[in-house]
Design a protein around this ligand. Sequence first.
Ligand SMILES: *[C@@H]1O[C@H](CO)[C@@H](O)[C@H](O)[C@H]1NC(C)=O
Ligand SMILES: *[C@@H]1O[C@H](CO)[C@@H](O)[C@H](O)[C@H]1NC(C)=O
Ligand SMILES: *[C@@H]1O[C@H](CO)[C@@H](O)[C@H](O)[C@H]1NC(C)=O
Ligand SMILES: *[C@@H]1O[C@H](CO)[C@@H](O)[C@H](O)[C@H]1NC(C)=O
Ligand SMILES: *[C@@H]1O[C@H](CO)[C@@H](O)[C@H](O)[C@H]1NC(C)=O
Ligand SMILES: *[C@@H]1O[C@H](CO)[C@@H](O)[C@H](O)[C@H]1NC(C)=O
Ligand SMILES: *[C@@H]1O[C@H](CO)[C@@H](O)[C@H](O)[C@H]1NC(C)=O
Length: 185
Amino acid sequence: MSALKLALLATALPFLVLGAQKRATSETFQLYAYGEGIGGPTLFYADGYAYVGDPNLSNSTDAAAVIFSTGTDRTWLGSPNTTNTTHTPSWSNVTMFVPAAGSSDMRVGFLDSGNSSDSTHITTGFSFYGNTAILIGTDGSLETMWTALETGAGVYALYWNETASGQVPVTLRRVAPSSPASRRR
Ligand SMILES: *[C@@H]1O[C@H](CO)[C@@H](O)[C@H](O)[C@H]1NC(C)=O
Ligand SMILES: *[C@@H]1O[C@H](CO)[C@@H](O)[C@H](O)[C@H]1NC(C)=O
Ligand SMILES: *[C@@H]1O[C@H](CO)[C@@H](O)[C@H](O)[C@H]1NC(C)=O
Ligand SMILES: *[C@@H]1O[C@H](CO)[C@@H](O)[C@H](O)[C@H]1NC(C)=O
Ligand SMILES: *[C@@H]1O[C@H](CO)[C@@H](O)[C@H](O)[C@H]1NC(C)=O
Ligand SMILES: *[C@@H]1O[C@H](CO)[C@@H](O)[C@H](O)[C@H]1NC(C)=O
Ligand SMILES: *[C@@H]1O[C@H](CO)[C@@H](O)[C@H](O)[C@H]1NC(C)=O
């Protein structure tokens, strides 16, 4: 429900977002998830899908935090942050997607040169509302429908517009937690 409310709120202010997007074009950024009981873990890649949490805890040998840059048509391209990782990721320059409405798999993930985009994967229109990651819909609406499902201690799979399995709404921001209480655990 709160993800939906955010989407409606943001719809009122599209021009601010377009202005913010210009500044972000040449920057790189990481994304951090905030929600009930989720205090800002990093978005990471594992086996083609997006997770938030400590990539060291992932069972995937490919897991690493994602450093994003902005491509054409507001695509978000990801590369691994290999600073102090326990894994040795082999992926690079992957394109983030959210599933189109009605897809059988509502997880957020990444495409590479081996699986190019199709109508079930939305890869364009990503932007920021302030520091909050949003998707600009084809009708110009601003959507923030990120949800997270815990899949292991401290690791959450990231979903889009899906709460059926107990996913909780999260906000994705490009700002790391200022008081890193969650890191002390
Ligand atoms: C795309 O291919 C990669 C391997 O090249 C795989 O890890 C990933 O799961 C695939 N993604 C989708 C959405 O099929
Ligand atoms: C990569 O990760 C390290 C350790 O978490 C962090 O200090 C650094 O800022 C990250 N690099 C980028 C480009 O975000
Ligand atoms: C992951 O493990 C490496 C090596 O042990 C360590 O330097 C790094 O701080 C760990 N990252 C996190 C987020 O705990
Ligand atoms: C990476 O690990 C080195 C060696 O343990 C440490 O000095 C450094 O502070 C770590 N950097 C980050 C960003 O965690
Ligand atoms: C990264 O992927 C994008 C989109 O597929 C492509 O346009 C770009 O040329 C690629 N960059 C590199 C360095 O391969
Ligand atoms: C969210 O999912 C519902 C149910 O499948 C669908 O009707 C709606 O269009 C979706 N919204 C977005 C923004 O994908
Ligand atoms: C990793 O694998 C173990 C054993 O199968 C499982 O208990 C744990 O939940 C997995 N962790 C993640 C993050 O999926």
